[in-house]
Design a protein around this ligand. Structure first.
Ligand SMILES: *Cc1c(COP(=O)(O)O)cnc(C)c1O
Length: 372
């Protein structure tokens, strides 16, 4: 029996200038971590996010690591991290020798709850790592006030939220990643724009940017070859990655617009299904719906896991939400984080590619509605 067309949860669109720019890398032989595309990608990305500086890196995880190191975070320090996120957010803190202090998320917004953060601040707390989960901006207005009051750095893990923006008091609409001291992005293959593997840190602080550039290049002093003042890393992006990234960035507005359109269509189709909760969007922010996600619970007749299987049988790929970090062996804690546990158990990411067609969305939504 012919199977229905496979619909992946995410697939990049590489039909712009990607191949042409890559060809330039090959024909000019600039394929390593020097070359025109690195500078161009960094400058264009800083312009797009609205910061003075952007520092590229080999992936999003090391972008977070560089940001934390440049802020001087290390052994003996604590960093607040949401319990519901991809494990890289916490791991980057652990790499520095500091301790990630997990906080429960809000049941409605799926993001950190500022009231819960306050309860976890100690004399060792140095920073808050905010994650804009699945593309939905966290409440940075309140978090920045908190950070100021308690003298904490703010690192935005915007790995899932390229292009998401929010209304900040006095500043109007600005993009996430540009609000805290540093913002970190990932360009993994399923992210809103991709370089295959890749990352970027944005900041307005010249010194921080310089520190990160040195740290990503073995601690080598700029302009003084093989002179290493400190122990750094090889966390550089290649010109090949940057070539793809620049081509992707040329079309990011289209991608974000498409993601929001996909969400609108899904939302309409799921609006009146008992037991299905739609993804959050605050009236002061734009969610970019990196992954269009819903919460599935009674009275919907299928459990989340049963729905994943039912869709798999129809050749439709989905993802369960992340495990809460406190349920994973490296970060095991007995404390309870009721909201992240609940969301993790009932949340599902539906296919969200910019390459989805209306027909694909219809097919997915029809199956989900059929059970209800
Ligand atoms: C993807 C992701 C990262 C890590 O990015 P990589 O490029 O895969 O290393 C970090 N944090 C979050 C929230 C992510 O979704």
């Amino acid at each position: 029996m012919p199977k229905n067309k496979f619909i992946p949860v995410a697939r990049p669109d590489l039909t712009g200038n990607e191949l042409s720019y890559l060809t330039t890398c090959i024909t000019t032989s600039w394929i390593s971590s020097a070359g025109e595309f690195i500078d161009r990608f960094e400058k264009s990305f800083a312009d797009y996010i609205g910061t003075k500086y952007a520092v590229s890196s080999s992936n999003g995880t090391v972008a977070l690591h560089l940001a934390l190191l440049a802020l001087g975070i290390g052994k003996g320090d604590e960093v607040i991290v949401p319990d519901l996120t991809f494990i890289a957010s916490a791991n980057a803190v652990t790499y520095t020798g500091a301790k990630p202090v997990l906080v429960d998320v809000d049941k409605m917004t799926w993001n950190v709850d500022p009231a819960v953060i306050v309860r976890k601040i100690t004399s060792r707390t140095k920073a808050i790592m905010v994650v804009h989960l699945y593309g939905n901006p966290a409440d940075m207005n309140v978090i920045m006030i908190l950070a100021k009051r308690y003298n904490l750095y703010v690192i935005e893990d915007a790995a899932e939220a390229h292009g998401a923006d929010m209304f900040m008091q006095n500043k109007k609409w600005i993009k996430v990643g540009s609000i805290g001291d540093v913002g970190c992005f990932s360009f993994y293959g399923n992210k809103i724009i991709t370089t295959g593997e890749g990352g970027m840190i944005v900041t307005d602080d010249h010194q921080l940017a310089e520190k990160m550039r040195i740290l990503r290049d073995h601690g080598q002093e700029p302009g003084r070859r093989y002179y290493h003042k400190i122990i750094g890393f090889n966390y550089r992006m290649t010109n090949l990655q940057a070539a793809i990234g620049l081509a992707q960035l040329e079309r990011i507005n289209k991608f974000v617009e498409k993601k929001r359109t996909i969400a609108k269509i899904y939302n309409k189709m799921f609006a009146c299904i008992p037991g299905i909760t739609l993804p959050p969007e605050s009236d002061w922010a734009h969610n970019v719906y990196w992954m269009y996600s819903i919460i599935v619970n009674t009275p919907y007749p299928l459990s989340r896991d049963m729905l994943i299987l039912a869709l798999k049988n129809e050749n439709i790929e989905t993802r369960p939400f992340f495990y809460p970090l406190h349920e994973l062996p490296p970060y095991k804690m007995i404390n309870d984080f009721p909201n992240s546990s609940y969301l993790s158990k009932h949340g599902i990411n539906l296919p969200s590619s910019v390459t989805l067609t209306i027909g694909d969305i219809n097919r997915i939504a029809t199956i989900i509605k059929h059970f209800a």
